[in-house]
Design a binder for this molecule. Structure first.
Ligand SMILES: Nc1nc2c(ncn2[C@@H]2O[C@H](COP(=O)(O)OP(=O)(O)OP(=O)(O)O)[C@@H](O)[C@H]2O)c(=O)[nH]1
Ligand SMILES: [Mg+2]
Length: 622
């Protein structure tokens, strides 16, 4: 048996096509059927009279469920790419193809779906446009089949091609140790715990005892199901359900694997990594990553080896926060922790890396004990070394290893270390506090470190250093000194908005005239309107108000001023203060502070009595 996998943009007809080809609706969840959208992996059985058969893995197209797509993608051998004939190649189509290039797909077919909805005369042009967009992807030379799951057009031909392609695929390695990444686990009356997955290599016979990894628990296989049938044994390439009555459903989750005794889970291993060209700027010597291995998604660090090969494939080590089953040749995909940009992928080269890291050595124990003793206090290298009774060089190596594996975090200025679990617990407390505060004061941008530290009873300096680590990780926001959750968008009440409208009216005939900042600040202070002072800070932080010298402008006025400046510099390469004043239609009193503000905010540069436009990229605009 082999695995056919779908890919393609949301709503492009993947699930409908699988249902039409097999008679099974892969959208098995009620919510999927109600919403008409695939959320998680779906499965169907494709069977031919002559015994050729395939398991089909149907994936969600929506980018929010890309992690689910990734959990099923590793098993795919024959790719069925669905492209809606009306929409053509869309972002998720390309994302899926970028991911699949690192995995095990051997052949790709393009299904041009919903062909009933386009005019026959348009077909050739649409086909050409799609072919063009697929250049450089693994579907670049894939044959096209125009199909309609509604009228049935083209389904017979596609099915025939699937048959021939499946029959021609090479057999998977059945002599290798069993590796079955788990994608579902549930309990069935009479069978107990059942796991399902794609058997990637090896063969399994009923009655055999395998291992659940990570976890190291023996897994006694009582029976084997392949779709609706029970089988005495099964070989690589099949969709498999194993009944494992000795295991508790609660101790199994997607991401674990059922394996032969030869394989174990590890947290550190050597890899060959192929970065995506457009992700190169994001990849440093040590890069935090979200790794997809088998059906698992695990945070970790990619460490590029010294003197590695060329730019297309580099030697590196992958350190994971949780162990995963790995063996040489196993493929993986890496994304950024946040935003989840695809970084690249590769394969495992060797698993005998850093044996001390595997066994847990005494220096690690000692260092972790020091860090855990000071859960909310970053500890510097020297202090770690003396408290752990280690040479500084040993302490440094150990700390690096712990950071790579995610057991410790490094904070900056000056570099110091915190136990990961303690830092994670502090992050949770920060997020809970921030959420409550956002709920209570939705108009505020967030909480200052002083208030946050006081609420959590932690010294402010320590809080800031740990918080900044999570800001860099993308799990916390710092806007101008105010901390917020990543989802917080400040919103003013209608009364507050009305107050500011009234506070800063646009002068008749003088649309670029500011108001005095001091007057505005006093009006805010004297107002009895709830939350108005924090709302004022929000307006300033968001650029809805801009303080220039002693004046207060609206953001829209500043945008107008910039537009006029740009228009001026399109025709001239320099400008005097008097010209600028005329440009504004106000007076010198306002023009001079504005020019100084524009200088410091990177729009203009001073050149004697003149201003010039600062070159693009020389400084970023506020
Ligand atoms: N007219 C027509 N409609 C179709 C065809 N195939 C699918 N549809 C409709 O298109 C919509 C989306 O189809 P799905 O099969 O759910 O799309 P999908 O690619 O599985 O979507 P996700 O799983 O959410 O990514 C549904 O309303 C289908 O009824 C087709 O061949 N012709
Ligand atoms: Mg679907």
């Amino acid at each position: 048996m082999h695995i056919v996998g779908t890919a393609g943009h949301v709503d492009h007809g993947k699930s409908a096509l699988i249902a039409a080809l097999t008679g099974t609706n892969p959208d098995r969840l009620l919510e999927e059927q109600v919403r008409g959208m695939t959320l998680d992996l779906g499965f169907a059985h494709l069977r031919f009279d002559d015994g050729v058969e395939a398991g089909i893995v149907d994936v969600p197209g929506h980018e929010r469920f890309l992690h689910n797509m990734l959990a099923g993608a590793a098993g795919m051998e024959l790719l069925l790419l669905a492209v809606d004939a009306r929409e053509g190649v869309m972002p998720q189509t390309l994302d899926h193809l970028a991911i699949l290039q690192f995995l095990n797909v051997r052949r790709a077919l393009v299904a041009l779906t919903k062909i009933d909805l386009i005019d026959a005369s348009e077909r050739d042009a649409i086909r050409d446009a799609i072919r063009q967009r697929l250049q450089g992807t693994i579907a670049a030379s894939a044959p096209f089949y125009a199909v309609s799951s509604v009228s049935g057009e083209g389904l017979g031909e596609l099915k025939g091609v699937l048959h021939d392609e499946l029959a021609a695929l090479p057999q998977r390695n059945i002599n290798a140790p069993v590796y079955l990444p788990i994608d579902r686990a549930f309990t069935l009356q009479g069978l107990g715990t059942v796991v399902t997955g794609t058997l990637m290599q090896g063969r399994i016979a009923a009655g055999e005892t395998l291992m659940l990894e990570p976890g190291g628990k023996p897994a006694h296989v009582r029976s084997i199901g392949v779709f609706d049938a029970t089988r005495p044994d099964v070989a690589a390439g099949a969709r498999v359900a194993l009944s494992l009555p000795n295991l508790d459903r609660a101790e199994i989750a997607r991401g674990q694997a059922i394996v032969g005794s030869e394989l174990t889970a590890r947290r550190s291993f050597a890899v060959r990594f192929v970065p995506l060209q457009n992700a190169l700027p994001l990849i440093q010597r040590r890069t935090p990553v979200r790794a997809y291995v088998g059906s698992a998604e695990i945070m970790g660090t990619l460490v590029i080896a010294d003197g590695n090969g060329g730019p297309h494939e580099v030697r590196a080590q992958l350190h994971l926060r949780e162990p995963a089953v790995v063996f040489p040749g196993l493929r993986f995909v890496l994304r950024r922790p946040s935003p989840m940009t695809l970084l690249g992928g590769g394969y495992v080269e060797g698993v005998d890396v850093a044996p001390s890291a595997e066994q847990g050595d005494s220096s690690e124990e000692a260092v972790l004990a020091v860090l855990r003793g000071r859960p909310t206090e970053p500890v510097e290298l020297g202090a770690v070394a003396s408290a752990a009774n280690l040479r500084e060089s040993t302490a440094r190596d150990t700390l690096e290893r712990l950071v790579d594996r995610g057991d410790a975090i490094r904070v900056a200025r000056p570099a110091a270390y915190v136990d990961s679990a303690a830092a994670g617990a502090l992050l949770e407390r920060m997020l809970t506090t921030l959420e409550a505060s956002h709920q209570q004061e939705p108009w505020a941008i967030g909480m200052t470190s002083i208030v946050l530290a006081r609420t959590l009873s932690i010294p402010e300096a320590a809080l800031v250093r740990i918080a900044e680590h999570f800001v860099e990780d993308g799990r916390l926001i710092n806007r101008g000194g105010y901390y917020a959750t990543t989802s917080h968008q400040p919103s003013l009440t209608s009364e507050q908005r009305a107050f500011f409208e009234y506070l800063a009216p646009i002068a008749e005939g003088q649309p670029l005239l500011p108001i005095p900042f001091a007057g505005a600040a006093t009006a805010v202070k004297l107002s009895h309107l709830a939350g108005v002072s924090k709302a004022f800070d929000t307006m300033l932080a968001e650029g809805a108000f801009v303080k220039v010298g002693d004046d207060l402008y609206r953001g829209a006025q500043i945008a107008q001023i910039r537009a006029r400046l740009e228009a001026h510099f399109e025709r001239h390469d320099r400008m005097t203060a008097a010209e600028f004043r005329d440009l504004l239609g106000t007076s010198r009193k306002y023009a001079v502070p504005l020019l100084e503000w524009l200088d410091t905010h990177g729009t203009t540069v001073r050149d004697g009595d003149f201003r010039r436009l600062r070159k693009k990229g020389a400084s970023s605009l506020p």
